[in-house]
Design a binder for this molecule. Structure first.
Ligand SMILES: NC(=O)c1ccc[n+]([C@@H]2O[C@H](COP(=O)([O-])OP(=O)(O)OC[C@H]3O[C@@H](n4cnc5c(N)ncnc54)[C@H](OP(=O)(O)O)[C@@H]3O)[C@@H](O)[C@H]2O)c1
Length: 161
């Protein structure tokens, strides 16, 4: 049976690979992206209604709330949170903006998006958030990235377990 996945981070890396596989398997994808043109340039819209591209800047709480207005009567079978950021440099070199962006995109705004999507998620919907080994093993130049990933873990577990 065809299912509907909503996914962030769809323009690149793991998220893009997942989108390609899910479309290949015949399911619907709602891709939440900050750069619509970047997503369109990937030419994944082979089937008329299989891929819906929705603007969403995960740094912007208003942009996250507006996602609901694009979903109409959609019922979501799965939510995959693949967007993530990291500034890989020493802690003395991080700007305030870089630190805040890291925790907002990797932790806090996941929670805002979950709140926005909750009315649309099936009771037994699959919810997947992407952590990182950097949260468990301290790595050079990855302190704030790692800290954000370990902070994400209990929040992710609240909604995935
Ligand atoms: N790559 C690794 O080695 C690795 C290892 C462990 C865990 N992870 C985690 O796995 C996930 C995916 O990693 P990846 O390497 O595949 O990612 P990536 O290629 O760096 O792509 C990151 C994605 O997040 C999106 N994104 C970043 N900031 C955003 C924002 N403000 N609003 C909306 N989208 C935003 C990017 O969109 P744009 O295209 O618009 O920039 C892009 O689609 C991340 O959570 C990452 O932390 C990665």
């Amino acid at each position: 049976m065809q299912q509907t996945y909503i996914i962030t981070g769809a323009t690149s890396g793991l998220g893009l690979s997942l989108v390609k596989q899910i479309l290949h398997d015949g399911h619907k994808v709602i891709a939440l992206v900050r750069n619509i043109e970047k997503m369109r340039a990937l030419n994944l819209e082979q089937q008329d209604d299989q891929l819906q591209i929705v603007p969403c800047d995960m740094l912007n709480p208003e942009s996250i709330k507006v996602v609901a207005s694009h979903l109409n009567h959609t019922t979501l079978d799965a939510f995959i949170y693949c967007s993530g950021v990291g500034y890989f440099k020493g802690i003395e070199a991080h700007t305030t903006e870089e630190m805040l962006e890291t925790y907002q995109v990797n932790v806090v705004h996941f929670n805002l998006l979950f709140q926005t999507l909750r009315p649309f998620l099936k009771n037994n919907a699959s919810i997947v958030g992407i952590g990182s080994q950097a949260g468990f093993a301290t790595q050079a130049y990855a302190a704030h990235y790692g800290a954000s990933k370990i902070a994400f873990l209990p929040i992710d577990e609240c909604v995935t377990s």
